[in-house]
Write a protein that binds this ligand. Sequence first.
Ligand SMILES: [Cu+2]
Length: 125
Amino acid sequence: MNRHVNVSWMAALLLALPLLAACGGGKEAQPQPNQLVQVKLTGHQIEMPGSVAPGKTTFKLTNTDSKPHSFEIDGPAGENGLKDVLQPGQSTTLEVDLWPGTYRVYCPQDVGMTLALQVSETAHS
Ligand SMILES: [Cu+2]
């Protein structure tokens, strides 16, 4: 009789252990790293992918032209852009939490430096 009780206790403990471990691990859940999108401002156009996944995104912007340029992205996540123009040869980053939908990406300095960016519904890795 006593032995049976002890075995049950052991079984209960063994079942509980992974749960306790899972609880402890959950607290240390890593934040999702931002996806990185490379953007080149060439003067004639903005070179970047036409579609990206939703979520926290870091745009790595590089001005490869001989004139200053800037970067704006307007859409479902609101209006985001650089505060200052990007000088020739310089790089900077812009972080945007992208929601699904269509965005207008453009350089406020130049008419025609514009493109449509599609942000998909689901993240795909
Ligand atoms: Cu420009």
